[in-house]
Design a binder for this molecule. Structure first.
Ligand code: ASP
Length: 302
């Protein structure tokens, strides 16, 4: 059985001086997840580990280093789906969790699918997760971006495109398939720069920011959330896996994002046979992947 993992660190116009940090962060997270798979571990553990590492890396717009909202506060969204059980776990607009993907994973095995806002933070605390000081999620680079963004607010996909060229959406995600053929997909984000307080994008919504079904494949997406939600990009990409080769399925879904709703973004996927695919219609998407069929990993940004 093929094992495989692919991770992304967001789709946008990544400035040259930030390329190396994105490549390094994606590579490290992917290799950590792959080690779990190679040792016979589960896709769920591999995805959680990879996403957690990228949440802890201030390079990315997830966990520490996330964009600030209009109030100058970090509000995080994350979701994960198991392709075998079709269970979903997600949190949205949380302010006191450094690793929202861990709480999303906890919810996957609970009676509920999604918790939001302060209720989610309280739920996490009640279930043994450590709450962090919201200040801990804020880095200087993002404070500077927030000050600049106060002068220019994106309200449409088009304007998001302009902001993409000047700022950084750098959502993270991972998809893995383990020895048992189980596929898991997860995504974590600080959302868009200078978003209104309480705004939630595609990332915590199953079928939009992520999707997994062992009969089709697993997908994690990134980009303009308001566009991605309109076509349920992750679900669309997984459906394409039933009739297209994985790389073509990824491309077909991104073409639909651009053609149908003028959206900008990217996605990674693994189909039910362990084949990897990715596509983006932004200048860059940081990504890294490795399968048991490959002799060395691929780590790329263009
Ligand atoms: N999709 C995320 C959102 O709209 C942002 C991103 O992927 O960069 O919240």
């Amino acid at each position: 059985m093929t094992i495989a993992i692919i991770v992304h660190g967001g789709a946008w116009d990544i400035p040259a001086e930030e390329h190396q940090a994105h490549l390094d962060g994606c590579r490290a997270a992917m290799l950590a997840g792959y080690e779990i798979l190679r040792g016979g571990g589960t896709a769920l553990d591999a995805v959680e580990r990879a996403v957690t590492m990228m949440e802890d890396d201030p390079t990315f717009d997830a966990g520490v280093g996330s964009h600030l909202n209009r109030d100058g506060v970090v509000q995080l969204d994350a979701g994960v789906m198991d392709g075998g059980t079709l269970q979903v776990g997600a949190v949205a607009a949380v302010e006191r969790l450094q690793n929202p993907i861990r709480v999303a994973r906890h919810l996957l095995n609970s009676a509920h699918n999604m918790m939001v806002g302060h209720g989610a933070d309280s739920y996490a605390a009640e279930h043994g997760f450590e709450l962090c000081d919201p200040e801990k999620l804020i880095v200087e680079r993002e404070v500077a971006r927030w000050k600049l963004a106060q002068k220019e607010t994106p309200t449409s996909s088009d304007e998001f495109g302009k902001i993409v060229r000047g700022a950084k959406p750098g959502t993270v995600g991972a998809v893995a398939i383990d020895r048992r053929g189980n596929i898991v997909a997860g995504t974590s984000t600080g959302g868009t720069l200078y978003k209104p307080v309480g705004r939630v994008g595609d990332s915590p919504l199953p079928g939009c920011g992520y999707f997994a079904d062992n009969a089709l494949g697993g997908v994690s997406t990134t980009g303009h959330g308001e566009s991605i939600i309109r076509i349920q990009l992750a679900r669309v990409a997984a459906d394409f896996c039933s009739r297209l080769y994985a790389p073509a399925a990824a491309q077909a879904a991104i073409s639909m994002l651009g053609d149908r709703v003028g959206g900008l973004g990217g996605l990674i996927l693994i189909d039910h046979t362990g084949r990897v695919g990715f596509a983006h219609n932004t200048p860059h998407m940081a990504r890294a992947y490795l399968t048991s069929e490959m002799s060395s990993p691929v780590v790329a940004i263009r």
